[in-house]
Design a protein around this ligand. Structure first.
Ligand SMILES: [Zn+2]
Length: 426
């Protein structure tokens, strides 16, 4: 089966192109997971972000060299995620370049930084699943905010340390451009946005892209401050930009289009917060709150709020965990049986493993893959038995069905890579 049709349509956001935003400003979209912005002065170039791999950076630099032979002299990192900092050496071309980041900048190179604290192995495994690393191009149709098919050579390999760290707001002149760099916590706390007043262009990093904001990443992220991100939208609106150049997906052009997009993004985040708080105050558990969370009609159809990357239900559960912690409030949960124990008892209750396996298969046959998977999980959790491979087969089939039905790219990739991992254990 093909991927969700909306997810296929969304790939237009990653059409490979060097966009001209103003006479001297260019944005490379679609060459990598993330975008690269070029501010071309008289004697040198200011670069904003560098992609996730040296190969992607080489491809972008080759494209840029068709327009200009000027050297990159300053690189600005909008934030520390690896998909923005890993191609810097390519753009530096062996020269000593200035590298600017926020004073709170911390490298996010999870699989090359062995000094990073635990749980590194868990994060690596989950990151591979979220981004579908190891899936074929026909399976990994999208990253949600970047093309599924992207260069992987030199992934994480071209990072350069910042040489200048800046505080809350700094005004700098580089290569004839007067820039305002401002701290703007959102997808990460260490975000910097860059305001080019002369051209009315705002480089917003990952605080906006054409997909629902990733308020929680299933690869495993600490709590992201929802209220700070919404407040940052107001900070960005105050610039009244004519052009919004995000860290991923196409630029937004036109003052009214930018104003609407930033306002809607803010309101969507605030809606998740208010609905989740309402559910928490009513004593609901995070799973129920997440399952019921939907955007209001005025926001639900906006193309940049579709759950291609972030997901409103995941966001609600993250807000619950980030504010009340893991405990759902039900005293039963405090002494919850571990899955293996619960599964053994449930299997006895339903009349044995064969009966449960049959029920799981029946759920799959009745087109209820989630329930099939939940039943199969009990057989897998219960321990050593021949029925585990039957249960694994049902779970693999269910994962593949669900993958093709979701328009959330991280979920699709996670399902498909998890299915492959299960196949490998058979
Ligand atoms: Zn990014």
């Amino acid at each position: 089966m093909p991927a969700h049709p909306d997810l296929m349509t969304h790939t237009a956001q990653f059409e490979r192109k060097l966009h001209k935003l103003s006479p001297n400003v260019y944005t490379a979209v679609g060459f990598a997971a993330s975008n690269v912005h070029f501010l071309v002065g008289d004697t040198g170039v200011v670069l904003i972000d560098t992609t996730e791999s040296t190969q992607a950076a080489e491809n972008i630099l080759a494209e840029f060299r068709k327009l200009s032979g000027l050297p990159v002299t300053t690189i600005i990192y909008t934030h520390s995620h690896r998909d923005h900092i890993s191609g810097a050496t390519v753009f530096a071309e062996g020269r000593a370049v200035e590298v600017i980041a926020a004073d709170s900048f911390a490298s996010d190179l999870v699989d090359v930084d062995e000094s990073r604290p635990a749980p590194n192995a868990a994060l690596m495994a989950r990151t591979r699943r979220q981004f579908g690393i190891g899936l074929g191009p026909s399976e990994r149709v999208s990253l949600g905010i970047g093309p599924g098919d992207r260069p992987m050579k030199g992934l994480g390999a071209g990072y350069l340390e910042p040489t200048l760290r800046i505080g809350r707001t700094s005004r700098l002149s580089r290569e004839g451009f007067d820039l305002e760099l401002a701290r703007a916590p959102g997808e990460t706390p260490d975000h910097l946005v860059v305001w080019l007043a002369s051209d009315r262009i705002l480089f917003s990093g990952d605080n906006f892209y054409h997909a629902f904001p990733n308020l929680y990443a299933i690869r495993g992220t600490p709590y992201r401050d929802f209220d700070a991100w919404a407040d940052t939208m107001d900070q960005l609106l105050a610039y009244a930009p004519d052009v919004l150049a995000p860290g991923h997906t196409q630029p937004v052009v036109g003052a009214e289009a930018v104003r609407t997009a930033l306002t809607d993004y803010r309101d969507a985040i605030r809606h998740v917060v208010s609905e989740t708080v309402r559910g928490m105050d009513a004593g609901l558990d995070p799973v129920t709150i997440g399952a019921n969370l939907a955007l209001p009609a005025a926001l639900a159809d906006k193309p940049y709020l579709q759950p291609f990357y972030g997901h409103p239900g995941y966001a609600a559960r993250a807000y619950f965990a980030g504010t009340l912690g893991w405990f759902d409030g039900n005293p039963t949960s405090l002494g919850q049986l571990p899955p293996a124990t619960e599964a053994q008892r449930m299997i006895r209750l339903v009349g044995g493993e064969e009966a449960l396996l049959k029920a799981a298969q029946a759920a799959l046959d009745a087109d209820d893959p989630q329930w099939a998977m939940e039943l199969a999980d009990r057989l897998i959790a219960a321990g050593e038995d021949a029925n585990r491979s039957g249960a694994r087969r049902i779970k693999i089939a269910a994962l593949r069905i669900l993958a093709d039905r979701t328009c959330n790219a991280p979920t699709r990739n996670y399902y498909l890579l998890a299915a492959r991992e299960l196949e490998d254990t058979d």
